[in-house]
Structure formats: C-alpha cells, structure tokens
Design a protein around this ligand. Sequence first.
Ligand code: NAP
Ligand code: HSE
Length: 428
Amino acid sequence: MKPVKVGLLGLGTVGTGVVRIVQGHQEDLRSQVGSPIQIEKILVKDANKVRNIPIDPGKLTEDAWEIIRDPEIDVIVEVMGGVDSTKPYILEALERGKHVVTANKDLMALHGPEILAKAQQHQCDVMYEASVAGGIPIIRTLIEGFSSDRILKIMGIVNGTTNYILTKMSQEGASYEDVLKEAQQLGYAEADPTSDVEGLDAARKMAILATLGFRTEVALEDVDVRGISGVSKEDIMYAKRLGYEVKLLGIAERQDEHISISVQPTMVKFSHPIASVNGVFNAVYVHGEAVGETMFYGAGAGELPTATSVVADLVAVVKNLKLGVNGQKTMVPYNEKKLKSDEQIACKNFLLLHVEDKAGVLAQITQVFAEYEVSLASVLQQPNADNPDAEIIIITHDASKASMDKVLKHFERLGVIRKVKSVYRVEG
Ligand code: NAP
Ligand code: HSE
C-alpha cells in the first residue's frame, strides 16, 4: 500500500500534537483510510531548536518551498499560523494539486473565499475543522449535520484563553494579568495574545461559523467586536450576586433574512448551559428552526484536542482521495448578505451606574430610558462601603442597539450620573 505523504508546516503546540496522533494512532488511521499516513517533511523556523518529541532531524526544513514544491507530497497540513507568510504557500500548494488541512482561523476568516475558490478550481480539498473551537467538530456539524435545517442562532464560547481567564477571575479571584501569563505558558494563547483578549480571535471564528451556519459570506468587518480587557473583578462579582457569569460570547443571529454577528463579554444566567462552560473549554450552542436547541462542548485549544481535529480532517481528505471526490464537498455560500441595522439588533442589557446619592436621581434616570422606549426589567441600588456615590444596577428588557446608544449618549449629559461603570449584554 502506497503511503499518503504529508508535508507539515509547523511543529509548535498543534504540530507536535499532529505528529503524536499520526504516530500513536497509525494502525487505526491505516484501517480507516486503507494506507499508511506518513509525515514526510516538517517546516520549522529554527531546525536546531530542542523539540519535546523525538523527531528525525532529516525531516525538518526551514524552507517552506521544499515542501510545497515536492511532487511526492499529497497533503499540506498548515499549523504554523500567520496570514501573509502562510497564504502564498497554501495557494501554490493548491495550484500544484495538493490538498490542504489548516487550523488557521486568521487565514480562513480573512481569505477563506479566495482559498476555497482556488481549491475548487484545482479540485482540491481545504479543510479547517481545528480553526474553530479546537477539538469540537463544529464545522463538519454545521456543513453536514445541519444541512437540512435553517439555523437561527449560533452562540459560542469560542476562545479558550479568555474563558480560562474569566473562569479563574470568577472562581479564584485571580488577577487578569497572572492568568493571561498562565494561558500563554499552557499554549492556549495566540502568539500575540491581544487577539485573544480583545476578541479578534473569537470574531474570526464567528465569521467562519456564521458563514457556514447562515450559508452567507460573512466578513470579519461584519462582526461587532469587544474583548475582555475592560472586564473588572467588580463586574464579575456583581454578575455573580445577580445570578450571572461573565463570558466572552460570540453571537450570530438571523431574523427575517437579516443577520447580526457580535463578540462581547456577556452576562449569562447561571441556568443557561453555556454559563457552566469553564476553563479552556469551548461550547457552541446552535438553535435551528427545525431541530431546536443543541449544544456542542469540548476543549477549545491545546495540543491534542486541536490535533484531533486536524488529523480527522486529514483522514477525510485521504478518504476523498481514495474515492476520487476531492474538492466536491465545499460549501459555497448562496444567501445574499443582509446585515441587521442597529434598530433591528436587540438584547437585554446590564448597566452599573455610579450616581449622586440624593433624592430624585432614580426618577431622572428612568425618565431617560422611557424617552428612548427602553423598558426596564429590574432596578437595584447597592450599598458599597468603598464608594460615597450610590451604585445603581439596571437590567433592561430587550432593547434595540440604536435605543441603547441614545440612552448612553444622553447619560453623558445627565449631571447626576458620575460614571457609567459597565454595560453588558445579558443572555438567558
Ligand atoms: P506555535 O506553537 O507558535 O507553533 C508554530 C510553529 O510554526 C512552530 O513550529 C514554528 O517553528 C513554525 N513557524 C512559525 N512561523 C514560521 C515561519 N515563518 N517559517 C517556518 N516555520 C514557522 O503555534 P500553535 O499554537 O501550534 O498554532 C498553530 C496554528 O494553529 C495557528 O494558526 C493557531 O491559531 C492555530 N490553532 C492553535 C490552537 C492552540 O491551541 N494552540 C488551537 C486551534 C488553532 P519553530 O518551532 O522553529 O519556532
Ligand atoms: N488562542 C486560541 C484560543 C487558540 O484561546 O481559543 C484556539 O484557537
């Protein structure tokens, strides 16, 4: 049996896991695809670096083209990351008829349509299961499992680093900076962790999920993004007191053919299953018109969970190779993109206000909500020994983004409000 030859671009956290799984599960893989899978060459930045797996030094190269242009190699597995450095390799590999497996959400969110078009042109597969939610097979689920349904909402914890940070802040009162360092040491964070904490990594993943779920080409610019760097221990404490956990949620919604996609720290009611997704775990909740509510849960980052998805893609590519059907299963978005306006985007909101502690203040504040037709679900004044001002917590009913923006703008000129301390979307 002729082996299927793989060129591996990257031998970091994920690449190491890919080698371990391909080596460790070789017999199982061979039974499934009918031939051995062989990692032929591996691209690294520094071939002299000490590796934490035994690796034949003859397989390592610092020259990507040596792999891309090797006619013996059937499949490129890209786990090196980056966009500008990686894209030319992927495009040329496809032009040369090589199939591609990648864990690179940055590349797929920014250049997915171009890469998938190139793959179709050359009858190649491009699979990217590991690019969203690490070990959870959510991409295949959206493409195949829900092909018969019409998805109305996708809501996910799709960034492991930020969920790890928020969980440690909530459960152990740990500091944001300390936990971020820990997540970096554990290999969860991106090379530049700003894209984790500022929500960009989650936004890229939500653009990919929304494209697949709504069968509509969603671009990164369509995602409204806010990260967790502004979330304080105080916010988390208030949330818990009221029965909520703070989670960085990606939310994609569809209503009457119009869609909205956002990433933002959100207060999630304890009773919602997504509130109990902790640590580096990810979860994606999918609400389909016919199926109703479903939820998928698993490790969102880390060596072996991510590599599991990468190698599963590799198996799928090799099965297609045996059947001669590569490049025929690409999901091409067919719905016209219609984004919701700010009047159409609606949610419940939590507000923490620091206000002057005197008679009539509450009346002035509720008057502003009334003026912009925002209805209130609860209003609570909290004593705080450290704060001479009064602290008021307000939870609204569903209100449009347009109305909430007007309320917040009005608050800037309302003298009795010292500070709008925090504003969060509320789910559940
Ligand atoms: P990583 O640990 O930083 O590893 C990157 C690997 O690529 C290293 O082996 C590095 O070589 C090599 N490399 C990077 N740039 C290179 C260049 N210009 N030329 C040659 N080699 C280069 O990254 P990772 O965490 O494994 O992530 C890889 C990809 O998977 C990224 O797209 C990431 O977003 C995605 N991903 C990661 C996770 C996760 O849990 N880590 C989960 C899902 C998806 P050296 O070893 O010589 O430095
Ligand atoms: N940095 C990413 C995360 C890796 O924390 O989720 C997985 O994509």
